[in-house]
Every structure is written in structure tokens, then in C-alpha cells.
Design a protein around this ligand. Structure first.
Ligand SMILES: Cc1ncc(COP(=O)(O)O)c(C=O)c1O
Length: 392
């Protein structure tokens, strides 16, 4: 009989047979999977047969999240990644090579600019920013080396919207691809593939997870484009964790309900704050004053616009910083898309290196606050945020 240590390892490694399917997807906390022979392992590593070999390549919990994301975004395939940035990196590196140019919106998540400067630039890929709310400006910005247009369904943090359908027609006519970051809308509110996008990315850290308890990302699109992105992500080590894939799957089950509540709370807050003491402007797509209000009805479903808004305070940087110290229900923290209301001040955090002129180019003022409205009671949020904004 083998010794105790051998028996303990064998005994504790037997995966249970479950004739009854579990109601939830199990967390496959296994970095590796036993194979019968070298040929099987080779095939698995080449994705030439179904199954799993090593969790940097694939894992059953990741596969469950991938199938759910492909389903909800209307794509052929999906890839779960370690973070939203790993997804953006995977898309960029799978579609661009040295000499290519990437077009990004002037109002875009700062991580995209960080990736362009720290990774793409040294790979010989140049990036140009353009106002993507202006179709003519995008058309004029396209150059002979432009290979990819990047959009956000709702931009971070100004909530600007681009006409995805019109822009997809324009870039596709010139053999340029379109990738859309759908993090702010989530597939409950918008499905950019159906509007013409070639690939969709998510930070599942945000609305998909919904509870500020995971970091993750996803890429969705055709089987061919997702396989190309998978090659980059596998080789760069940007794979998801099965624990976090499980949390993202759990989040998906309540996504629709949460987005309804985020949206109805946000409308109530946006309407109450517009014109309130200390508030110069509120940027939220459901407000009639939003420059792309009409477009938002075509891009976003069921008249909902999610929980993200930008609130411009009229007292500049000091007013923005004071606002953060005054909130009692909202939490001053970076990130977004969670059940709790989160507030941040781009001029002193994510955009702190920018001059006031740079801020203006990104659609921000020194007093702009980014608000991610949670699912608390709307009246409590209105009282809290209005009191924090009031300079009196
Ligand atoms: C729109 C958007 N995309 C991508 C990301 C990056 O996601 P992660 O932090 O999961 O890498 C963020 C993060 O804030 C974001 O707001």
C-alpha cells in the first residue's frame, strides 16, 4: 500500500462525479488537467480538440463565462481575461502591428491612453485622438496607416456617445476595424456587435461583476478574431482567474435587474442635480440637455442609460475636492458599476497630470466629479449628493 503522503494527495485529488448538474458553475481551481498521452496534450494546447490542458490557455469556469458573454453580446465566441486592460491589450495587439495607427476618442478611459503610451508606442503603433461624437471629424482623421477605431458605447467619464452604426460603415469601407468598449452600458443596455462593431471588450470588474469584488475582462466577437486575441492573451499571461470568472458569472444573473435600478436612480439624481446649487452641468444621456440624447435612444435599449454620470461643479478644483469630503452615503473610491454609489474627481485622480486645457479637450473641467450611481434608495442619494455639491 502507498504511504500516507501519497494516499493523501491521491485521495484529495478525486473530482466528484455529479449525475445531477450543479445549479451554479463550479470554480475549477485547477491550474492543470490530466491527459492520457502526449498527442492529447499537444492537441489541447493547439485547441485542436475540446477540453482543457493548462488554465492560462483555458479552464472550464472561464469557458462558462466566455459562453455566457458570447451569448449576451451576440458574438460567436468570447475570451475571459485578467482585467479590462488585459482585454484591451489583447484586442490592440491582435489587430495592430508596427506602423499601424489606432484612432481613439478624445474622451476615453485613461487606461487606453496609458496603454498607448507605455506599450503600443514602443511596439511602433501610433495613436491619434479624435472627437468621435463628430462623424466628419473621424472621417477626416483617418489616414493611410489607420487600422483600428476604438469607441466606448458611453464614454468614461463624460458619457459622450458615438454613432456606432455610422462610424462602422465609414471605417469598414476603408478596411479599418472597429472595437467598442461596452463596459459603461453592459450587454443589458447595448450590444455593439449588432451595430457594426468587429470586437467588443468589457471590464467585467464593473457592471458585470457589479459588487466591487473582482477584477476581470472579456473580449467578444467572431471565432476567428477571438482566437487571434486569445493567442496574445495566452502569451502575455493575461488570462482570467477561475474565482473571478465565477463572481462575474454570478453577477451576470442579476445584471438586468441592477441596470434597471442603476438607470432609474441615475435619472432621478441627474434631474435633481441639474440646476441645483453649486452644479454647473450634469452629463447624463437620459437628460434632454445631453448632446447625444437622441442618439442614446438608438444605441441604448429601453430608454435606460445606466448609472454613470459626470457632474460639473461650478467652484473648480477646490469645490471638487470638498465634494468628496462631504459625501456620507456615496463612497469616494475609484472604479464604477457597483451596487454602492462611487464618486471620484478626475482632475485630482485619474486625470491629475492634465492641465486645465488638456482637461477641456477631454470634455472635463477642474470641478468635474464622476459619479457611478448605485442601487441604494434614490432619495437618499439625491440628499447626499445635493448637500455635497451645495457650496453654501
Ligand atoms: C470603460 C473602461 N474600460 C476599461 C477599464 C479597465 O478595466 P480594469 O480596471 O478591469 O482593467 C475601465 C476601468 O475603469 C473602464 O472604465
Amino acid at each position: 500500500m502507498p504511504g500516507f503522503s501519497t494516499r493523501a494527495i491521491k485521495a484529495a485529488s478525486r473530482a466528484p462525479e455529479t449525475p445531477q448538474a450543479p445549479v451554479n458553475v463550479p470554480i475549477y481551481a485547477s491550474s492543470t488537467f490530466e491527459v492520457a498521452d502526449a498527442a492529447e496534450l499537444g492537441d489541447l494546447l493547439d485547441f485542436a480538440r475540446p477540453g482543457h490542458s493548462y488554465s492560462r490557455y483555458s479552464n472550464p469556469t472561464h469557458a462558462a463565462l466566455e459562453s455566457a458573454m458570447a451569448d449576451l453580446e451576440g458574438g460567436e465566441a468570447a475570451l475571459a481575461t485578467a482585467s479590462g486592460m488585459a482585454a484591451i491589450h489583447g484586442v490592440a495587439l491582435s489587430l495592430l502591428r508596427s506602423g499601424d495607427e489606432l484612432l481613439i476618442p478624445t474622451a476615453v478611459y485613461g487606461g487606453v491612453i496609458g496603454l498607448a503610451r507605455s506599450v503600443l508606442e514602443r511596439s511602433g503603433i501610433t495613436t491619434r485622438a479624435v472627437d468621435t461624437t463628430d462623424v466628419a471629424a473621424v472621417t477626416a482623421a483617418i489616414g493611410p496607416r489607420t487600422r483600428l477605431l476604438w469607441l466606448e458605447t458611453i464614454s468614461n467619464p463624460t458619457t459622450a456617445l458615438a454613432d456606432i452604426v455610422a462610424l462602422s460603415d465609414i471605417v469598414h469601407a476603408q478596411n479599418i476595424l472597429l472595437a467598442v468598449d461596452n463596459t459603461f452600458a453592459s450587454p443589458a443596455l447595448a450590444t455593439p456587435l449588432a451595430l457594426g462593431a468587429d470586437l467588443v471588450v468589457h471590464s467585467t470588474t464593473k457592471y458585470i461583476g457589479g459588487h466591487s469584488d473582482l477584477i476581470g475582462g472579456a473580449i467578444v466577437g467572431s471565432a476567428e478574431r477571438v482566437a487571434a486575441a486569445r493567442t496574445i492573451v495566452i502569451n502575455a499571461g493575461g488570462n482570467a482567474s477561475p474565482w473571478e470568472a465565477f463572481l462575474a458569472l454570478r453577477g451576470l444573473k442579476t445584471l438586468a435587474l441592477r441596470m434597471e435600478r442603476h438607470s432609474s436612480n441615475a435619472v432621478a439624481v441627474a434631474e435633481a442635480l441639474e440646476g441645483a446649487p453649486g452644479v454647473a452641468a450634469v452629463h447624463y444621456p437620459s437628460l434632454a440637455s445631453h448632446p447625444q440624447h437622441e442618439l442614446s435612444r438608438r444605441v441604448l435599449r429601453d430608454g435606460m442609460a445606466g448609472g454613470m454620470m459626470a457632474v460639473e461643479l461650478n467652484g473648480g478644483r477646490a469645490h471638487g475636492e470638498r465634494f468628496l469630503e462631504r459625501v456620507r452615503i456615496a463612497v469616494h473610491a475609484t472604479s464604477l458599476g457597483s451596487v454602492e454609489t462611487l464618486v471620484s474627481h478626475p482632475a485630482s485622480s485619474s486625470h491629475r497630470q492634465l492641465t486645465d486645457a488638456d482637461l477641456a479637450a477631454a470634455g472635463l473641467t477642474p470641478g468635474t466629479i464622476r459619479v457611478s450611481i448605485g442601487i441604494e434608495d434614490a432619495d437618499d442619494l439625491i440628499t447626499d449628493l445635493a448637500a455635497a455639491a451645495d457650496p453654501g
